[in-house]
Ligand binder design. Structure first.
Ligand code: NAG
Ligand code: NAG
Ligand code: NAG
Ligand code: NAG
Ligand code: NAG
Ligand code: NAG
Length: 279
C-alpha cells in the first residue's frame, strides 16, 4: 500500500465519520425541537393537559403534625415554680388544597382560582385522638391580661371574673378545640362591651375549608417559563407584594399558613416567608 492510497483511505474514513456525526447532530437537533415543542405544548394550564390536572388537584400529599406540651404542675407554676411539661402527639392532618372556582381569562393566557384548604385528621399517623385533653397556657386570658396590664381596674375585674368561672392562666381543652376553635368564656364576656370581638379562639380557627382570596395565575400559553406564576392576589399585582407592607402581612402575622409555589417540576409548599423571598 502506497502512502498516497493510505491518505485517500483515511480521508475517506474521516469523511464518512464526519457525515455520520452530521446526521446524528441533525437528528438530535430535530428530536430536541420536537421534544421542546411537545413540552411547550404540555406545560400550559389549559383544560385537558396533564399539567392542568396536577395544578387543579395536586396529587402529592401534604401533612401537618402538631405536638402539644401538657402542663403537669399548674398550681406550682402559679406559685413561681418551673413548668413541668409532657410532650404529646403527633396529631396528624392531611391537607388538601385543590384549585376551585377556576376561570380562564384573556384568551387562556391567565386563569383565576381560589385555593381552598381542607384538613382531615389521620388517626393512623397520630398518637392519640382529637378528643385528647391538653392542659396548656390560656392564650385568650393571657392576651387580654397583657392588653390591660396598665389599667389595674380592668385587670382586677378580669381576674375576678376568671375566678368566678373557675378559670386561670391555664386551660384544659381538647386537641380539636385548641386547633379548630372553641368559644372562650372571657372573650364572650368582653364581647358585651365590644360586639365586633370574636369570642372563638383556636390556633387554626377559620382555616379549615376556607381560602385566602382569589389568585390569578399565568397559564404559560405565551411563554412556558411563566407557567403557573402568580400574577395577582386579591386583585393586586404580585409585583406589589414584596415591595409593600402586604409582604409583611403575608410574611409575618400568620406563620402557620402555607402558600404553594408551583415550579416546573413539582409542587412545592413553603412558608409565607419563603414566598416573599422567592416571588
Ligand atoms: C374543563 O372541561 C370539562 C369537560 O369538558 C368541564 O366540565 C370543565 O368545566 C372545564 N373546566 C374549566 C375550568 O373550564
Ligand atoms: C382575544 O383574542 C381576540 C382574537 O384574537 C382578540 O381580538 C382579543 O383582543 C383578545 N382578548 C384579550 C383580552 O386578549
Ligand atoms: C374540615 O372540613 C371538612 C369539610 O367541611 C370536614 O369534613 C373535616 O372534618 C374538617 N376538619 C377538621 C379538622 O375539622
Ligand atoms: C394532659 O393533662 C391533663 C391534665 O392532667 C390530662 O387530663 C390529659 O389526659 C393529659 N393529656 C394527654 C394527651 O396525656
Ligand atoms: C425542582 O425545582 C426546584 C426549583 O426550580 C429545585 O430547587 C428542585 O431541586 C427541583 N426538584 C427536583 C426533584 O428536580
Ligand atoms: C420575612 O420573614 C423572615 C423570617 O421571619 C425575615 O427574615 C424576612 O426579613 C421577612 N421579609 C420581609 C419582607 O418582611
Amino acid at each position: 500500500m502506497s502512502v498516497k492510497s493510505c491518505c485517500i483511505y483515511s480521508t475517506g474514513v474521516i469523511s464518512i465519520l464526519t457525515l455520520i456525526a452530521g446526521i446524528v447532530m441533525v437528528l438530535l437537533q430535530v428530536f430536541q425541537n420536537v421534544l421542546y415543542a411537545k413540552i411547550k405544548e404540555e406545560i400550559v394550564l389549559r383544560n385537558g393537559t396533564s399539567a392542568f390536572d396536577v395544578w387543579e388537584n395536586p396529587p402529592a400529599p401534604v401533612f401537618m403534625q402538631f405536638y402539644f406540651f401538657n402542663v403537669t404542675n399548674p398550681s406550682e407554676i402559679l406559685k413561681g415554680e418551673r413548668p413541668a411539661v409532657i410532650e404529646v402527639g403527633p396529631y396528624t392532618y392531611r391537607e388538601f388544597r385543590p384549585m376551585e372556582r377556576v376561570h380562564f381569562l384573556e384568551n387562556g393566557t391567565k386563569v383565576s382560582a381560589v385555593n381552598t384548604k381542607t384538613y382531615l385528621f389521620q388517626p393512623h399517623m397520630s398518637i392519640g385522638s382529637q378528643d385528647d385533653l391538653i392542659r396548656t397556657v390560656n392564650i385568650p386570658a393571657m392576651t387580654v391580661m397583657e392588653k390591660f396590664k396598665d389599667s389595674s381596674v380592668i385587670a382586677n375585674v378580669i381576674s375576678a371574673y376568671m375566678k368566678s368561672v373557675n378559670e386561670n392562666l391555664f386551660t384544659t381543652r381538647s386537641v380539636r378545640n385548641l386547633l379548630w376553635g372553641y368559644e372562650d368564656g372571657l372573650l364572650k364576656a368582653l364581647k358585651v362591651f365590644n360586639p365586633t370581638l370574636d369570642d372563638v379562639f383556636g390556633l387554626f380557627y377559620k382555616q379549615n375549608a376556607s381560602d385566602d382570596g382569589e389568585y390569578v395565575f399565568l397559564t404559560g400559553q405565551l411563554d412556558y417559563h411563566n407557567y403557573a406564576l402568580i400574577d395577582q392576589w386579591k386583585g393586586r399585582s404580585s409585583l406589589d407584594w414584596w415591595t409593600t407592607d402586604e409582604c409583611n402581612m403575608i410574611n409575618g402575622t400568620n406563620g402557620a399558613s402555607f402558600h404553594p409555589i408551583i415550579t416546573k417540576n413539582e409542587t412545592l409548599y413553603m412558608f409565607n416567608s419563603d414566598l416573599c423571598r422567592l416571588v
